[in-house]
Design a protein around this ligand. Structure first.
Ligand SMILES: [Fe+2]
Ligand SMILES: [Fe+2]
Length: 210
């Protein structure tokens, strides 16, 4: 229900009220992304790989948090399924899979991870960072789905928008379960403000998902 409510509210909203993102993506991004769709697909494939890898790392490093293992195990499979589907879109269009690109967005977000504290606090930091990446990806998939001409990709991005919104909910809800809810909410606001600053200072590139 939480996911459906999220999507419905978001569909009605022009300001990402439910995702709470502080800065909408520059509208120029989707136009240049469409002109560089091969690069976008390659970068996107790596985003899905990193999403799967990140969930695997959380499961391995926080094996003692039962809910994290239970919730994230199926997310790994979903993210890897997304990776396979992006690879299929590349193949259908005769595009080659390229080497991994430097992910400035994620590098900048990782700099904000608070070190130290309890294991629950450390885990919360990772969960919030992942929630943020899911929220931003969701916003970008919505833009792609609404604006690009390729009908197949339009549908694909719409589907991914819904799936990544679900992951956003997974990460936020996990953080609120494993750590103090008020502290999680306060830290989430800080992460949102930081992400907006990161985005504002990133070059708009048509060959990157973020
Ligand atoms: Fe995904
Ligand atoms: Fe995701």
């Amino acid at each position: 229900m939480a996911i459906i409510r999220l999507i419905m509210s978001w569909e009605e909203s022009t300001k990402q009220k439910m995702l709470h993102l502080k800065l909408p993506t520059d509208p120029r991004w989707v136009n240049i992304a469409e002109m560089n769709i091969e690069d976008i697909l390659v970068d996107h494939a790596y985003c899905e790989q990193k999403a799967a890898s990140s969930c695997i790392s959380l499961i391995v490093n926080f094996y003692d948090f039962r809910e994290v293992v239970e919730v994230l195990t199926p997310v790994v499979a979903e993210e890897w399924g997304h990776f396979e589907r992006v690879m299929e879109h590349l193949k259908q269009r005769g595009y080659a899979f390229g080497k991994p690109r430097k992910d400035e967005y994620v590098i900048k977000l990782a700099e904000y991870l608070k070190k130290g504290g309890s294991r629950a606090q450390q885990l919360t930091e990772y969960l919030l960072m992942n929630a943020l990446i899911e929220a931003r990806s969701c916003e970008r998939f919505k833009l792609l789905s609404n604006h690009i001409a390729d009908e197949e990709l339009k549908k694909f991005y719409y589907e991914l928008m819904i799936s990544e919104a679900g992951h956003y909910v997974n990460f936020i809800e996990l953080a609120r379960k494993i750590y103090d809810m008020d502290k999680v909410n306060a830290r989430w606001k800080e992460w949102l403000a930081y992400e907006a600053e990161v985005l504002k200072n990133l070059e708009i590139r048509g060959d990157r998902m973020h």
